[in-house]
Each structure stands twice: as C-alpha cells, then as structure tokens.
Design a protein around this ligand. Structure first.
Ligand SMILES: [Zn+2]
Length: 141
C-alpha cells in the first residue's frame, strides 16, 4: 500500500473535500496504516491548536471501530442479499415443480422448504441490521 498518495490527501480529507469514494478509500487506509493515522492525528492536533479549539480529538481507535463496523455491515447486507437470492431461486424452482407435476416428489418438497427457510434467514439478517439502525437513532441524543 502506498502511503505517499494518502499523505498528500490527508489535508484535503480534513477539509472534507474528498469525494465519497476517495473518502471511503482514505478511511480504509487510515484504519490499517499506523503511520498515516498518526500523521492525521498530528495535523488535527495542530489545527486545533491554531484554532484554539480545545474540544477533544476523536481518538483514532474509535474511528477505526466505526470503519470496521461499516465494513462488517456492508458484508452482512451482501450476505443477506446473497441468501435471499439463492432462496428465491429455490422457492420459485420448488413452486414451479409442484405446479407442473401432479405428484410432488419429496425431494422437490424438501428443496422448496429449504428455500423458504433460507428466505426467512435472509430476511431476519436484514431486519436485524435495520433494527440496529433504528435502535441507534432512538438512543442518539
Ligand atoms: Zn499509510
């Protein structure tokens, strides 16, 4: 990973002038790079001093946690989407078979129920994520 590129962008990042993709990229780099995150902290510290602003600097560890939480969330949503997709195929396949065949072979029925089960699992995972969000919004002061 080349730090040079990010070092140049740190001040732009602090001015909040990076676009969304660049900012995400920057945050991910900061999460994994000790040297750049230290540099960021140092610049932030200097800026605060210059502005005589004594609000505490957000610790880099807290920032990292936020970034990891976001990555984890993205993965969770991707996983839920994947599960729902697979189960959609299974359920529609099972339904088609049941309607097309007069007598449903037990294998097809099992396929169908497995699909339903997967669908429910996927929805629960998605709902969990939504509930966590709602909970955060409610408890935010
Ligand atoms: Zn770096």
């Amino acid at each position: 990973m080349s730090c040079e590129k990010y070092e140049k962008l740190i001040s732009v990042y602090l001015e909040k002038e990076l676009d969304e993709e660049e900012e995400k990229d920057m945050l991910q780099h900061l999460a994994s790079c000790e040297s750049c995150s230290q540099q960021l902290e140092a610049i932030q510290y200097m800026q605060r001093m210059l502005k005589q602003d004594d609000r505490p600097i957000e610790p880099i560890n807290k920032m990292k946690r936020k970034i990891y939480a976001r990555i984890y969330r993205d993965l969770l949503i991707m996983f839920a989407g994947f599960v729902i997709m697979i189960s959609g195929v299974a359920v529609s396949g099972g339904l088609a078979q049941m309607f097309l065949l007069d007598q449903t072979p037990s294998g097809v029925r099992m396929f169908f129920f497995m699909g339903i089960l997967l669908l429910i699992t996927g929805i629960i995972i998605l709902m969990y994520d939504i509930f966590v969000d709602i909970f955060k919004i409610i408890t935010r002061k």
